[in-house]
Design a protein around this ligand. Structure first.
Ligand SMILES: Nc1nc2c(c(=O)[nH]1)N[C@H]1C(S)=C(S)[C@@H](COP(=O)(O)O)O[C@H]1N2
Ligand SMILES: [Mo]
Length: 340
């Protein structure tokens, strides 16, 4: 039976959100997987080569770090175990780096032991259809029981390494390298000392700073300027943030529970997975913001008496119908009720 890891919510119906890059880079005429590094017989495999191997069919649950989950998705591909059996693994190999032919040259890595234990799959088919280009076709790796950033789209390289090589999200954005959704291994906090943090907060100007995981719980930060700041997973719970300017900031998974955000600006901000339960969002502007996985009320609000719903105050909030549709089912229903 599938259950939802802590802090995750279900996507509505058949929805499968697109996260990160939306297309591969320039495509080779014939797609090939370059299997290299610490293997006995490095080799290129075409999709047809892979499809000629024993095929594995696996039903897995997708858990994105920005708090949406999609359960029971069926993938078909070749298991990492079967593929590696073809090339022979050298005893020095301890990590596997999955590499993408994408514009940003994405990769993500796992310890080889973990990748095998989790039954990593190299998949070309999903729910009976070829994997679409949007979702990483013709080939992506699928790592069950890890946040989905470990599953690289447009997979064209697999390198076995003696030492780990951090992937794009893990090295550039502070995503947790272990990525276990059951332990909520989402992000690592930025490395910033308390003195610096205090000085920054006194200026109330965080423009463009990299402050993921920033701790600002309960602080008085009216008129804060945080345009384009990188504040994934930041903690603003119980904060006084009237008129704060978060334009184009990255606030995915940020915590705003109980915060006073009246008149705040979230224009074109990334608030995917952010939590606004019990926040006062009166007159906030969310035009152009991306909201997938954001919460404005506890997930099971329909079953609870009004006083226990921890609902955000939404009077005068600017949210388009499209933005509301992008929310998880229960969240969208709540917003539609409050913002007719
Ligand atoms: N090449 C590549 N692979 C990637 C990403 C990306 O931006 N580029 N994003 C990762 C993240 S964060 C997630 S949640 C999933 C999203 O896959 P989807 O767009 O098919 O839902 O792909 C992962 N693999
Ligand atoms: Mo993600």
């Amino acid at each position: 039976m599938s259950v939802l890891p802590p802090g995750q919510q279900l996507v509505a119906g058949e929805k499968w959100p697109l996260v990160g890059e939306h297309k591969s880079g320039p495509r080779p005429a014939i797609w090939q997987l370059d299997l290299k590094g610490m293997v006995e017989r490095p080799q290129f495999f075409t999709i047809a080569d892979l499809q000629a191997m024993p095929q594995t069919r696996q039903v897995i649950d997708i858990h994105c770090v920005t708090r949406w989950s999609k359960l029971g998705v069926q993938f078909v591909g070749v298991s990492l175990r079967d593929l590696l059996a073809q090339v022979g693994v050298l005893t020095t190999a301890r990590f596997a780096s999955f590499e993408s032919c994408s514009d940003r040259g994405h990769s993500s890595s796992l310890s080889l032991a973990t990748a095998l234990e989790l039954e990593t799959l190299l998949a070309w088919e999903v729910d009976g259809r070829p994997l679409s280009d949007l979702h990483g076709g013709p080939l992506r790796n699928i790592v069950p029981n890890r946040y989905f950033y470990k599953s690289v789209k447009w997979l064209c390289g697999l390198e076995l390494l003696a030492q780990d090589r951090l992937g794009y999200w893990e090295s550039d954005a502070g995503y947790h390298n272990l990525a276990d959704p059951w332990q909520e291994q989402r992000y690592l906090a930025a490395d910033i000392d308390k003195r610096t943090a205090k000085r920054l907060l006194e200026t109330r100007d965080l423009t463009e700073l990299d402050l993921r995981g920033f701790q600002a719980e309960g602080l008085e930060l009216e008129d804060l300027i945080a345009c384009r700041a990188k504040m994934r997973d930041a903690n603003f719970r119980h904060g006084k943030l009237c008129r704060a300017n978060f334009q184009q900031a990255n606030l995915s998974n940020a915590h705003f529970e109980h915060a006073d955000l009246r008149g705040a600006n979230f224009i074109e901000a990334d608030v995917e997975g952010a939590n606004f339960c019990n926040a006062n969002l009166q007159d906030c502007d969310f035009r152009g913001a991306s909201l997938f996985g954001a919460s404005f009320v506890v997930e099971n609000w329909q079953d609870l008496p009004k006083t226990e719903r921890q609902a955000a105050q939404l009077d005068g909030v600017r949210l388009t119908p499209e933005q509301i549709e992008s929310l998880a089912t229960n969240q969208a229903a709540f917003c539609r009720m409050r913002l007719p």
